[in-house]
Write a protein that binds this ligand. Structure first.
Ligand SMILES: C[S@@+](CC[C@H](N)C(=O)[O-])C[C@H]1O[C@@H](n2cnc3c(N)ncnc32)[C@H](O)[C@@H]1O
Length: 266
């Protein structure tokens, strides 16, 4: 099994790519094993196993299989809890459209997160204040927030620095729509939000590039910033370091997350 999983699954999403797919395969395999066992028990003894026992067994099997696929440890409780929780929720007999609505909402929020592995959470007030302090004093300043969420950072800075250009780039549909509406009606013509993947944006024109993402994209993004950003410009990462790259400055935010700004001068 070791060698087989190593060979067969070495490119499986749990190790590289999309962990969600690995989790789905693990759940599918777990379901086949435990429901298969239940059918066998029914065939032999006339009664199937209790459904909650089968679902709990599926969770255990999925957690084990998911770990073999290379999923991170924090997937273990998710894989364990999902089938019995789904069973419990089904006993509530909620109307079908509620599941569809919840699914649609999740897609609109986390459209990009399955692949990019960057969820949505927002910069604290302290992060905004520290970033404002870091902005160079020049009238034609160009700032970008890569993965701008609801546009809070862009709008906050733009409302305090009335010249220059403040851009947010966002690829999740719902946060983009909200931030686009906010910037449209904010009365700040130098604040903009564009829909798209920041990996396709040229970072060459910006004086400050801000990110608050996750550990996953940082190495590639930093290489891109190094290649494209102009000398003297700032690359700032909230909370997430870049492996092997020592920042020029670290600012403790003292917020509830214990966040830090890592700042590199290009
Ligand atoms: C942790 S949130 C940060 C939001 C905002 N920058 C702030 O600090 O409040 C990260 C955001 O990046 C977005 N995102 C992730 N990958 C992206 C990509 N490749 N291109 C554009 N946006 C992306 C996510 O949808 C999410 O809204």
């Amino acid at each position: 099994m070791n060698r087989i999983s190593g060979e067969l699954f070495k490119d499986l999403p749990g190790r590289s790519g999309v962990p969600l797919f690995a989790a789905m395969i693990a759940q599918g395999a777990g379901a086949m094993a435990t429901f298969g066992l239940s059918f066998a028990v029914e065939y032999a003894f006339g009664d199937p196993l209790p459904i909650m026992l089968v679902l709990t067994g599926q969770g255990v099997a999925a957690a084990v299989i998911g770990t073999r696929f290379g999923l991170a440890r924090w997937w273990i409780p998710i894989n364990l809890a999902l089938p019995p929780l789904a069973g419990l929720i089904l006993t509530l007999r909620l109307p079908g459209w509620l599941y569809l609505a919840a699914f649609a909402l999740l897609i609109l929020f986390y459209w990009n997160a399955t692949r990019g592995q960057v969820p949505l959470y927002l910069s604290s007030r302290r992060a905004k204040e520290e970033l404002l302090r870091l902005l160079p004093v020049k009238p034609d300043i160009r700032f970008a927030d890569l993965g701008s969420g609801f546009g809070g950072m862009v709008l906050w800075l733009a409302s305090r620095r009335r010249e220059g250009d403040f851009l947010g780039i966002e690829s999740a549909p719902f946060p983009f729509a909200i931030s686009w509406l906010r910037t449209t009606f904010a009365g700040l013509p130098h604040a903009h939000i564009t829909y798209g993947d920041f990996k396709n944006s040229d970072l060459g024109g910006f004086d400050v590039v801000y990110t608050f993402l996750s550990p996953v994209p940082m190495t590639d993004l930093f290489s891109k910033a190094r290649a494209e950003m102009k000398p003297g410009s700032l690359f700032v990462s909230n909370t997430f370091e870049v492996p092997g790259e020592t920042p020029n400055q670290v600012v403790e935010l003292g917020d509830w997350r214990g966040g830090r700004l890592f700042i590199w001068r290009m």
